[in-house]
Design a protein around this ligand. Sequence first.
Ligand SMILES: NC(=O)c1ccc[n+]([C@@H]2O[C@H](COP(=O)([O-])OP(=O)(O)OC[C@H]3O[C@@H](n4cnc5c(N)ncnc54)[C@H](OP(=O)(O)O)[C@@H]3O)[C@@H](O)[C@H]2O)c1
Length: 291
Amino acid sequence: MGFSAKGARVLVTGASSGIGAGLAERLAAEGATVGICARREDRLAEVLERCRAHAPGSQMWTCDLADLGAVDRLAADVVETFGGIDLLVNNAGMPKRKHVTALDPATVDRVMHLNYTSPIRLTLALLPQMLERGSGRIVNVSSVAATLSSPGEAAYDASKAALAVFSEAMAIDLWDLGIRVLTVYPGVVDTELFTIPDNDPLPPGIDAITVDDLVDGVMTGLADDLLEVYVPAWFKDVVKHKANDTDGFIQGSVAYVRDNWTKTKAEEAQAPGTDDGPAGGRRSRPSKKGA
Ligand SMILES: NC(=O)c1ccc[n+]([C@@H]2O[C@H](COP(=O)([O-])OP(=O)(O)OC[C@H]3O[C@@H](n4cnc5c(N)ncnc54)[C@H](OP(=O)(O)O)[C@@H]3O)[C@@H](O)[C@H]2O)c1
C-alpha cells in the first residue's frame, strides 16, 4: 500500500524543533497538510511558516502535552479543522539522563507521563476517526534506549520501551482494520534534546546523525510499510546481539560505563568550572557524524 504524503492530513507532536520540525517540513514538502504542536509558540510559528510555503493549509496548536485535558482538546480541534487525520506522528518527548541513584519517583512519573501516557492518550483520541474510514497511519518515535537499556537513563529507557511495546501490540490489533503503525528507534540525533537542563551530559565522543538522516529513515519506513525502523540501521544488529547474549551485552555496558561515564565524572570533579556552566544553562551537543 505504501504511505504517500500527497493530500494527507498529518499531525506531528513536538514539532517546534528537532525531529518533529524536520518531519513536519518534509511531509509538507511532499504534499501533506500538516498540523504541528508544542509549547514554544515562537518556534512553532517559524516551523509553520516553512510548512506553509509548501502546504498553505497547515496549522499550529500551542499546547502542553503533559496536560491530558489539553491532549483531548487538541485531538478534537485538529479533527474539526482538517476534517480528519490520516497520519499521527507521536514525536514529542523529554530526555532524562540521570543515574538511577539520582532519580526520585516524581521524576520517573513525569517522564513516563509525557513520553508514554500522553502519546497513547492522543492515539486513542484520534483512533476512532481512522477506524471509521478503515485507514490511517501512526508513527511512534521511541528510541534505541528502549531496546538497549541505555545506562544512566533508566527512567527515559522505560518510558520509550513502554511506548514501543504499546506501539507493536497496537500494530497487531489494527492490522486487519486498515491502520498501520510504525515504531521508530533513533540513535543519537543532533537536536536540542541535549541542551535541556537537569540532564547528565552525554559521554564525549558520541557521534550523532542529522535530523535529515532520521527523517529519511521515517519516510522510507512509511513508504515501504515497515513496522519498525532503526536509524542508523546498524543499531538493529546491536539489538540482535543483545538478544543472543544478554549477559555479555550487559557486561559490555558495565565496562562502557566504567570507561566513559565514570571516567567523565571523575574528570569533571577534578576540573570544576569546565562542566555545563551556570545552573540551567545549555550544554554542548554530541558531535555530528562526519563533522
Ligand atoms: N535526539 C535524539 O538523539 C533522540 C534519540 C532517540 C529518540 N529521540 C526522541 O525524539 C523525539 C524528538 O526529540 P528531539 O531530539 O527532536 O528533541 P527536541 O528538539 O528537544 O524536540 C522535542 C520536542 O518535543 C516538544 N515537547 C517537549 N515537551 C513537551 C510538552 N510538555 N508538550 C508539548 N511538546 C513538548 C518540544 O517542544 P516545546 O519545548 O516547544 O514544547 C520539541 O518540539 C523525542 O521523543 C525524543 O525522546 C531523540
